[in-house]
Ligand binder design. Sequence first.
Ligand code: SF4
Ligand code: FES
Length: 234
Amino acid sequence: MNQIVKITIDGVECMATKGQYITDAAKENGIYIPTLCNYEGVKPRGSCRICTVKVNGRLMTACTTPVSENMEIENNADEIQELREAIIELLFIEGNHFCPACEKSGSCELQALAYRFHMMVPRFPYSFPQQEIDATNPKLVKDQNRCILCKRCIRAIKDEKGRSVFAYKRRSRHVEISIDPKIGKSLSDEMAQQAMDVCPVGALLVRERGFVVPIGERKYDNEPIGSDIEKLKE
Ligand code: SF4
Ligand code: FES
């Protein structure tokens, strides 16, 4: 039987299921912790660090840390908000994100987080990396310029034999996402769309489709990102 535990988030007492990840427990209690590499239904990896919180005084990733009795979590401390702002800015400067020219604009989680955190211009210099666009797949275009290396595509998109369609290639700062040439060739329209939806940014786009949802009507065009948007409206 599930054991219920008591935790506090920013001093507010919350109930959670023992072993549940902090992000999920917070969401169930109406508290938003931003996430990027995390994807519902897929094992968390804790790679982007945007969900960092303080747990009993220590910085931890909320998406990979299970709750336990009397855990004290800080989500809104200035130090944490500043860390998250810096992560968002770093993600912008490490890639080439030209939002107005991106098909994912308005439904991009990185762009929506930048708005939510009121980012205007990153404080760090742009690195303008040389990145390539791979348009060899019959269903998908991969634009490495926008990839934030969250691995959501690798972890979530598998073929009927359970093999990953996407993989990392190269190392360190040259690392990039590749589409398996064999498995990728037999990608169905449905899987291509899933991959585009799983990608938090505009790095994976279904070929020959654009503006299916007009600008102005996309997911974050009229509402900020976050599971607490109803509260924000109050
Ligand atoms: S292609 Fe998209 S989903 Fe895959 S690692 Fe890059 S940003 Fe993440
Ligand atoms: S969402 Fe937790 S580390 Fe990326």
